[in-house]
Design a binder for this molecule. Structure first.
Ligand SMILES: *Cc1c(COP(=O)(O)O)cnc(C)c1O
Length: 393
């Protein structure tokens, strides 16, 4: 009999009932260090007092009004994002997938309005993840996401990660945009080298096409800059954001330059819930904290500390682990054993991590995690490594 919850996830038998900062508490009372943070969503941990305050204050005043009216919290958040990024304008969504949908529509409308409607092709990369909508799975292209869901939305072409020859060969006159994650998340925490992002920007400028960045996972201070592309010193034309921006409340956004967004006039796009007062009140509180340069300095310091501890873990268990990679507090532990086994052993030892592709276990802790919590998490992973080895016999 089909479960009452549609079984599209194979879930771990964990029932969390409470969150406190970097900790999750199970129904049976066990305390877990949360190095997954809801897959980079709980950017400031659980029940952060300023976020709770922002949400409850707003909840007592007004939950929802239609986008037919001005929404002051939405205006305030858009102003903050425009002030702190390359963008001139912002549209709010409820998820990364919805941000992908708009990014794709924006690219198509841009070329339509330019009188070059043939430039509908978006060039994307193998191993990428852009959400589970029809456009999202088409953009990612991997068979594990698209199989059985045809006909697949046309207009996407894929090249291998790091395959420069294929990239140049694919760039014909039908390509209107390049879409890429500055750090691949689901693909196994694969950072795009700064030089490559610079190169892609130059290539887009040379061809006169748009650069679209998916910063749904790597954005919002995760890499130690407010947005990951800042490390390369170049800016996109369009950027997708979600996950961390809401700190756990559903919120996403598409940021764009005035030029890239020029086709998106009244009536061309919309959302019932996108930019609602509750989400934007929380989003403003998140932005106030994470855009502070002192906060970003701390993220970078903690990232260095975690990385150093993990290097130690790899040297203690060279039979299980291969390397540590990533950017900021978006870290991948490349395994020589099945990552799912490491994650499962972590559960037994009271630490939450998340598997990814390419034999990687992901660590995406709250950005405000303490050094003591980092040390404790890595101690627990050290125990978990022993559990994995014993299970192998
Ligand atoms: C999670 C994710 C998405 C999809 O976001 P949802 O909120 O799950 O729809 C898109 N792109 C990237 C890079 C992601 O990590």
């Amino acid at each position: 009999m089909i479960p009452s919850v549609l079984p599209t996830y194979s879930r771990a038998p964990l029932h969390f009932v409470k969150g406190e900062g970097s900790w999750l508490i199970e129904a049976d009372g066990r305390r877990f260090l949360d190095m997954g943070a809801g897959i980079a969503v709980n950017a400031l941990g659980h029940a952060h007092p300023q976020l709770v305050q922002a949400l409850t204050d707003q909840a007592h005043r007004l939950w929802h009004v239609s986008n037919l009216y001005e929404i002051p919290q939405q205006q305030a958040l858009a102003d903050k994002l425009v002030a702190t990024s390359f963008a001139d304008t912002v549209f709010f969504t409820n998820s990364g997938t919805e941000s992908c949908e708009l990014a794709v529509k924006m690219v198509r409308k841009y070329w339509h309005d330019k009188g070059q409607p043939e430039k509908t092709m978006i060039l994307a990369f193998e191993g990428s993840f852009h959400g589970r909508s029809s456009a999202g799975i088409a953009a990612a292209g991997a068979e594990k996401m698209t199989k059985g869901f045809g006909p697949i939305l046309p207009g996407f072409t894929h090249v291998g990660w790091g395959d420069h020859d294929a990239l140049h060969a694919a760039l014909d006159d039908t390509v209107g945009a390049i879409l890429i994650e500055p750090v691949q998340g689901e693909g196994g925490i694969r950072p795009l080298p700064d030089q490559c992002l610079k190169g892609l920007r130059a290539l887009c400028d040379e061809k006169g096409i748009l650069l679209v960045l998916d910063e749904v996972q790597c954005g919002v201070a995760r890499t130690g800059r407010l947005f990951a592309h800042e490390w390369a010193g170049v800016a996109p034309d369009i950027m997708m954001v979600a996950k961390g921006i809401g700190g756990g409340f559903p919120l996403g956004a598409v940021l764009a330059t005035e030029e890239a967004a020029s086709g998106m006039t009244a009536g061309t796009h919309g959302s019932t819930y996108g930019g609602n007062p509750l989400a934007c009140a929380v989003g403003c509180a998140v932005m106030d904290i994470v855009s502070d340069p002192a906060f970003l300095d701390t993220v970078n310091a903690r990232a260095g500390f975690l990385r150093q501890k993990l290097e130690g873990l790899v040297s203690s268990h060279p039979d299980l682990f291969e390397e540590v990679r990533g950017a900021g507090l978006m870290i991948g532990l490349k395994c020589k054993v099945a990552p799912a086994d490491v994650v499962k052993a972590g559960y037994e030892c009271g630490v939450i991590t998340v598997p990814a592709a390419d034999h990687v276990v992901r660590l995406l802790p709250p950005l405000n995690i303490s050094e003591d919590e980092i040390s404790e998490a890595v101690n627990r992973l050290d125990f978990a490594a022993d559990v994995v080895r014993e299970a192998m016999g």
